[in-house]
Design a protein around this ligand. Sequence first.
Ligand SMILES: C[S@@+](CC[C@H](N)C(=O)[O-])C[C@H]1O[C@@H](n2cnc3c(N)ncnc32)[C@H](O)[C@@H]1O
Length: 293
Amino acid sequence: MDSDNRSGTAATPPSPSIPYDIPTSARAYGWMLGGKDNYEVDRDFLLSTLPSFPECVDIARQNRQFLFRAVRYLTREAGIRQFIDLGCGLPTDANVHQVARRFAPDARVVYVDIDPIVLAHGRALLADDSSTTVIHGDMRDQEAILDHPDVRRLIDFDEPVAVLFLSVGHHLTDADEPSRVLRTVIDRAAPGSLVGFSQVVADDPARGAAMTAHISGGGVPWQTRTPAEVDALLDGLEPLEPGLVNLVDWRPDATQPPLAPVDPDLVPYLGATALNKGIYEYGGVLGVPRRRG
Ligand SMILES: C[S@@+](CC[C@H](N)C(=O)[O-])C[C@H]1O[C@@H](n2cnc3c(N)ncnc32)[C@H](O)[C@@H]1O
């Protein structure tokens, strides 16, 4: 695994392995949030996806709004002061460390992402921040992440930690053994730790399979699940109120800060989840059971 940290400076060259010939989740998702760090290959792929799955723009944005509410809950109500954000995505207006510090200025955050463009942009954003870092890592290799020097420096595993898998569950296919991935970090976490999890689901398995075929066929590892499959994946964790739900129903707050506006090309797809209710982002915040033994 490549690794780097926030001590990289603007003079540090970005990783040479940024893929320009296939779309990436970080760049396509960032475009739906109003970001500019994407390429034609990402935009073309998304525009080829939306006629069949117009819900994507809404659910990306609904997920990011859930992130704000979840991190606010974790800091303000649950008292969490340290976060590991797995599959953190490209920086936007309200990143985890920024949301957390509104409510807990001493919050510490480790960002992890597999896409080298995230590392490049994260390093620039975090150059002067000693309590937040971004590392290049594969969440499927939890041992390597948990043993990374920056994780060991910033995260105290004897204290409660929030482990975020936000809008990344669909990037873990069954072949990746997602239960094992989750279990590795949960087994390390202290009592009082919490997990944030979300992923794209389809009520109709056939529609979910069609979505999986389209997105994974485009080169992005993907598995749309049914809500029941996600429930099974997270079995053993303890969902907090209101449970695992469509994210729009997770402690909704009409007063939360808005996201950046979307690109005009994506505007026609806004509101699609109100028309087509079968595909949505599903998840919640879950407690980690007490360590056994
Ligand atoms: C849809 S974005 C979600 C970003 C952010 N978590 C959020 O909720 O706003 C998914 C992110 O997961 C990252 N990702 C996908 N597979 C990964 C893996 N195996 N390890 C680490 N990151 C991964 C992608 O690069 C992308 O940045």
